[in-house]
Ligand binder design. Structure first.
Ligand SMILES: [Zn+2]
Ligand SMILES: [Zn+2]
Length: 143
């Protein structure tokens, strides 16, 4: 079992929620996927692979993964909520191309520094932040 799945099962038990096969299937497929998926995209990936699952279950399972601290919800300019796995992933921010919609990741040492300052100056343990840089990607800016 992936360590994330163990954490999820632990979280569900702790919060008195049922561990259903469907939920685990969604979690496993999500964790195996790269990048930034919306609920609809994950749903279609699973349907295409022949996994029977409802869109509402995919939505709920993703929300649960967020609540369990295993995923983060991101809002990009296209408006859809997108999810990415965060367990064991380095902090990064996102560059979103407004022409082609490409989403790129960029490590952000300034944010690491801000988290340290929040802790040092306010005793605040930061767990997330919002920053999306929009513009044109290299390919689009050459067109
Ligand atoms: Zn582009
Ligand atoms: Zn990302």
């Amino acid at each position: 079992m992936r360590p994330e799945i163990e954490l999820l099962v632990g979280y569900l038990a702790k919060t008195g929620q049922k561990v259903t096969r469907q939920r685990l299937l969604v979690a496993e497929r999500f964790l195996a996927a790269e990048g930034h998926l919306s609920a609809e995209e994950l749903y279609h990936v699973m349907l295409d692979e022949g996994t029977k699952v409802g869109l509402a279950t995919v939505y709920r399972s993703l929300k649960t993964l967020v609540a369990a601290g295993l995923a983060q919800e991101r809002r990009f300019p296209d408006g859809a909520a997108r999810y990415e796995a965060v367990f064991g992933e380095p902090l990064h921010d996102h560059l979103v191309c407004t022409e082609c919609g490409a989403i790129m990741e960029m490590p952000n040492p300034c944010v690491d520094r801000l988290y340290q300052m929040a802790q040092a100056e306010h005793g605040f343990v930061a767990t997330s932040h919002r920053l999306v840089i929009t513009g044109r990607c290299a390919a689009c800016s050459q067109r």
